[in-house]
Design a protein around this ligand. Structure first.
Ligand SMILES: *Cc1c(COP(=O)(O)O)cnc(C)c1O
Length: 455
């Protein structure tokens, strides 16, 4: 056996086994020890075993315990055991996954994972799909395909000529658009600020009744899963109107698109399969290791036109297409292997159960906090809960107390002018007991802050 890899496995098991007993936030003393990294590159080599030991001793206590069951910050997700193990093995393979000739096995696992995900998300079976680093890159790819198509339709070849002198594209977003979408628009030369913003309703859904008539070339960006409320835009209505006017519709579904995997929550995304492109994450709700996101585009040729790369030395001679013709990267790791392992271990029923369990935990948080007389600011329709502990200052204090208490970890947000704590449940590892323990800690911290305030 290989003692170094055995040692890595032993240390990783020990790390994961210790998560339940430790605080979710990193140990402040351990964080201060990170200063030991501020040294010059050593002249002499060191043994790999010694390097691993340093990494573990210095690094492991500084992590945020997001692979445990009580991290509810951002929208994070954990790592399913099969996916973590597969990730290790695939790293040992070190395959450059986009190239079927150079990595035939890895490319085949990716194709299967993509096909399974298209099926779970209820997208048309003929869509082009590819793994990218996250939903931000997924949106970049989807919107690049959009830019290609809407300009090609008015006789402009954007890949060849760029945007100089191109007909202006109208870009519609909801007021609640995720900043990754505006960033992608900026990178593509479509402008972060020149977008037309449509107001949202009280739940954060774009108001379809405010969508203007559009003229080509135009792109409409919708959202499945508002980061604050979990709500989804009214896809069916907006997509129908946008398509009537010849616009391209892109959907940012980083986590919300996974509602499609459950018959109980699918109604939130009704009509979403009618869009032209979709971005989502695997590293959030599918619980694969970072980094892993996806893009899907209805018109394969549009994505290829935007992303293809060619050189004589790259010619594969394969009839299969190289995934590097569908995304910005030429080389990358075999992200699809982790996703394949996650899906193979869960099965269809396991994915459904994962989504439903998280939503059920979110509902329990909502009910538990409301019963303790704290104001829940959203309808808990999916896996996100917003709670206020009083005024902005009190809410900030309680969040800070909860974070340093360490039982669980939740972040802060602003929702419709209110400061709120945001609970996002998306880890396979969260159990009923984790929820009860976390709820008790939240209420204890809130009561303690209120008591201090009175005294
Ligand atoms: C997380 C998230 C993104 C960005 O995804 P990355 O994987 O971080 O690139 C985009 N949109 C929404 C709604 C998100 O929750």
């Amino acid at each position: 056996m290989n003692p170094l890899l055995e040692d890595a496995a032993r240390r990783a098991s020990q790390y994961l086994g210790g998560l339940d007993a430790r605080a979710v936030a990193p140990d402040p003393h351990a964080l201060s020890r990170l200063r030991q990294l501020d040294v010059e590159l050593p002249e002499a080599p060191q043994s790999p075993a010694r390097v691993l030991q340093q990494l573990d001793e210095l690094g492991s206590p500084t992590t945020v315990a997001s692979s445990g069951g009580r991290h509810f910050g951002y929208v994070v997700g954990g790592t399913l055991p099969a996916s973590l193990a597969a990730h290790w093995l695939a790293t040992a393979w070190d395959q450059n996954a986009p190239h079927p000739t150079g990595a035939p096995g890895a490319a085949a696992f990716e194709r299967t994972a993509l096909r399974w995900i298209v099926d779970l998300l209820g997208l048309p079976s003929t869509v082009a799909g590819a793994f990218v680093s996250g939903a931000t890159m997924g949106s970049l790819c989807g919107l690049a395909a959009a830019r290609h198509t809407v300009l090609a339709r008015v006789g402009w070849d954007v890949e060849a000529r760029g945007l100089f002198g191109a007909p202006p594209i109208t870009v519609i977003v909801g007021e609640e658009v995720h900043p990754s979408v505006t960033k992608a628009l900026g990178v593509l030369g479509l402008g972060r600020d020149r977008v037309v913003r449509i107001a949202s309703d009280a739940h954060g859904r774009l108001r379809a009744d405010l969508l203007p008539r559009l003229q080509a070339p135009s792109i409409v960006c919708l959202q499945a899963g508002n980061v604050n409320t979990g709500s989804c835009d009214p896809f069916a209505t907006v997509i129908e109107q946008a398509h009537r006017d010849g616009a391209w519709v892109h959907v940012d579904g980083a986590f919300g698109l996974w509602a499609q995997a459950s018959p109980l929550f699918r109604h939130l995304c009704e009509g979403v399969s009618g869009a032209d492109s979709w971005a989502t994450d695997a590293h959030k709700w599918l619980n694969v290791p970072y980094d892993s996101g996806l893009v899907f585009v209805r018109d394969r040729e549009a994505l290829r036109a935007a992303m293809s790369v060619s050189a004589p030395y790259l010619a594969s001679g394969h009839r299969e297409e190289a995934a590097s013709d569908l995304t910005p990267e030429l080389s990358r790791r075999a992200r699809g292997v982790d996703a394949w392992a996650a899906l193979a271990s869960l099965g269809r029923s396991g994915v459904r159960d994962l989504i439903e369990r998280c939503c059920c935990h979110a509902q329990r948080f909502g009910i538990g906090l409301a019963n303790a007389q704290y104001e829940v600011l959203n309808n808990v329709v999916l896996n996100q809960v917003l709670v206020s502990f009083g005024d902005a200052e009190m809410t900030r204090q309680v969040i800070s107390a909860i974070q340093s208490d360490g039982t669980c970890w939740c972040g802060i947000t602003q929702w419709q002018g209110r400061t709120a704590m945001r609970i996002s449940v998306c880890s396979w590892a969260t159990t009923d007991a984790d929820v009860e323990r976390s709820l008790a800690a939240m209420i204890r911290c809130a009561q303690e802050c209120a008591r201090q305030h009175r005294d």
